[in-house]
Design a protein around this ligand. Structure first.
Ligand SMILES: Cc1ncc(COP(=O)(O)O)c(C=O)c1O
Length: 362
């Protein structure tokens, strides 16, 4: 069975080597040596000043909002994974959705300002499928209106913008290291923070608000990453070049073969591609469902991602309309992309789409 992604499992000998270390020193969590090593190596690899590892990408978003003391309203993208919005709601921040650009699938920067009110405190854009947002425009808006910016960079591992890490934009960027992601730690996530004081605050917040045995200065939660997860991250990091190489090949083949049959995501020309997803947009939902059914018959399961558009979630009040996001959500499918995807399966996927799309539009 082929799913949209398959968890990459690095060389087991390497992983065992780290597990042996954990058994020898007896440290399994609470800022252990492997976590410290992974933070240092990741900061260096990604080109960022501070990285704080946490238990998952959703916790990273929640800790980011708490670190910045956010409340009130936040302008965000309706075209994202549910955690971008649900993390705001659980922290009593009202999401206000700015519709997306129909080509890039990212929040349309030009839509942000008109939605801001005196209650607006932040912008929470998403680098959708790793595609860099209009970070310079968003920085200008934030500065003019005195807003904080938290980038949900769950998909943007190792993306560069004009040669610099995309994670250095905004007040905080958050990452997800879930098993389905390009780089993973089984479960996990991270915050990239430039400000030294805020880093310290985030570190308290992920550890119940504790500073030391006698001092608890913040209202925190438990969002710590453990040593077995950090060990997985250390192994993954050593193999990232192989993973990216293979994904780039698969990505290019889809692009070459499906050009003209479906709509592709338009990528930011100032940014690098990390090949984390391959989204395609069909003419209409009926066509998408027909392709999906045919692929399922071959035991291939692409994913309707992101679906539904987050402005339509039942717990979002007041109701907000985002016709572009809703339209893309109805028609987008993420095709399988992972380093072990064999070319014969990729050919089945491509031929199925060509047959269905060609047939229906013909
Ligand atoms: C855009 C986006 N934000 C946040 C998350 C949440 O990350 P996690 O699953 O690690 O909690 C995900 C996970 O898929 C995501 O895709």
């Amino acid at each position: 069975m082929i799913h949209v992604t398959k968890t990459y499992l690095p060389d087991i000998k390497k992983y065992k080597h780290y597990v042996d270390k954990i058994y020898q020193n007896g440290r399994v969590t609470n800022n252990g040596p492997l976590l410290v090593e992974l933070e240092e190596k990741l900061a260096d690899y990604l080109g960022v000043k501070h990285i704080v590892l946490v238990s998952n990408g959703t916790a990273a978003l929640e800790i980011a909002y708490r670190t910045l003391d956010l409340n009130g309203f936040a302008i965000t993208s309706p075209f994202s994974f549910v955690a971008t919005t649900s993390s705001l709601v659980t922290n009593s921040i009202l999401p206000i959705f700015a519709d997306i650009n129909p080509q890039t699938f990212n929040i349309e920067a030009d839509n942000i300002e008109a939605l801001c009110t005196p209650h607006t405190r932040a912008i929470v854009p998403v680098h959708v499928f790793g595609n860099a947002c209009e970070v310079e425009k968003i920085a200008q808006i934030a500065q003019r209106l005195n807003l904080k910016v938290v980038y949900d960079a769950a998909h943007a591992f190792n993306v560069r913008f004009k040669g610099n890490s995309i994670l250095n934009y905004g007040d905080i960027s958050t990452l997800s290291f879930h098993a389905t992601k390009l780089f993973h730690t089984i479960e996990g996530g991270a915050l990239v923070i430039n400000d030294d004081d805020l880093v310290q605050k985030a570190r308290y917040l992920i550890n119940f608000g504790i500073e030391n045995a006698e001092s608890i200065p913040e209202l925190g939660i438990n969002a710590k990453m453990n040593e077995f997860e950090a060990a997985m991250g250390l192994c993954m990091l050593e193999e990232m070049h192989l993973i990216e190489e293979k994904r780039a090949e698969i990505y290019s083949y889809y692009q070459q073969e499906l050009n003209g049959f479906v709509q592709f995501q338009q990528l930011n020309s100032d940014a690098s591609n990390n090949y984390s997803y391959f989204p395609v947009v069909f003419e209409n939902e009926k066509q998408l469902l027909a392709v999906q059914a045919d692929l399922n018959a071959h035991n291939i399961f692409p994913r309707r991602y992101f679906y539904p558009s987050l402005n339509t979630l039942s717990y979002i009040e007041p109701r907000q309309k985002c016709p572009i996001s809703e339209g893309i959500s109805d028609k987008v499918l993420c095709l399988p992309i992972f380093s072990e995807l064999e070319n014969n399966f990729q050919k089945i996927i491509i031929n199925t789409i060509k047959a269905k799309v060609g047939l229906q539009s013909g």
